[in-house]
Design a protein around this ligand. Structure first.
Ligand code: TMP
Length: 215
């Protein structure tokens, strides 16, 4: 049974840990699971990711930025996500189009209608069945990311260098999107323990899987 689940949340919210745990949980139940991420997830997407995250690319325009994220997404949807879903796999994606609405829309204040058109074109209209948002106060997210970076884990990217107000707009944007489409979003308090968050995510994924069973 195919299912497309995306993970969203500020940097440092623990998305990777939760994706790893959910992958193990679903595989132990015999589901075929494919894990990918944005930007990237394909050889072309990974090259685009390098351009996007290069902290030296300070002159990148906001329009170029959104087109690059969308180009990476278009490649991932066509080359990986749609074929995997067609084979009945569960696809878990670390970030997807909602990151564009949160960061480029709410964060950079780019025109929403333009973002919607570009996104619909890039994704061929593919929307997630479930989007898990790991919510964390902005300062805590940035603190976690910097600590990880000092410990030699994770990369600091161009977004991490933006002002706290930018990240606050991003968080408010995520929460607004979740309020508007509650049937698709699961908002989880990312300051809870890893195990608690995992249990909450598994319960919601189980419910989604049940809802897709033929009656
Ligand atoms: P991450 O791989 O550490 O999550 O970093 C990805 C960064 O890219 C993160 O700061 C959010 C940003 N981003 C956007 O601004 N727009 C997008 O569409 C995507 C997918 C990511």
């Amino acid at each position: 049974m195919s299912l497309f689940i995306t993970f969203e949340g500020p940097d440092g919210s623990g998305k990777s840990t939760q994706i790893g745990l959910l992958t193990g949980y679903l595989r132990r139940q015999g589901h075929p699971v494919y894990v990918t991420r944005e930007p990237g997830g394909t050889p072309i997407g990974d090259q685009i990711r390098q351009i996007l995250h290069d902290i030296h690319n300070t002159e990148m325009s906001a329009r170029a930025e959104i087109l690059l994220y969308s180009a990476s997404r278009a490649q991932l949807v066509e080359q990986v996500i749609l074929p995997r879903l067609a084979q009945g796999e569960i696809v878990l994606c670390d970030r997807y189009a909602d990151s564009t609405f949160a960061y480029q829309g709410y964060g950079r204040r780019l025109d929403f209608e333009a973002l919607q058109l570009i996104t619909a074109f890039a994704t061929q209209g593919l929307k997630p069945d479930l989007t898990i948002y790991l919510d964390l106060p902005v300062e805590e997210g940035l603190r976690r990311k910097e600590a990880a970076n000092r410990a030699g884990q994770g990369e600091l990217n161009r977004m991490d260098r933006l002002a706290v107000e930018f990240h606050q707009r991003v968080r408010a944007g995520y929460l607004e999107m979740a309020r508007r489409e509650p049937e698709r979003w699961l908002v989880v308090d990312a300051s809870a323990s890893v195990e608690e968050i995992h249990r909450c995510i598994c319960a919601q994924v189980e419910e989604k899987l049940r809802s897709l069973l033929p009656t």
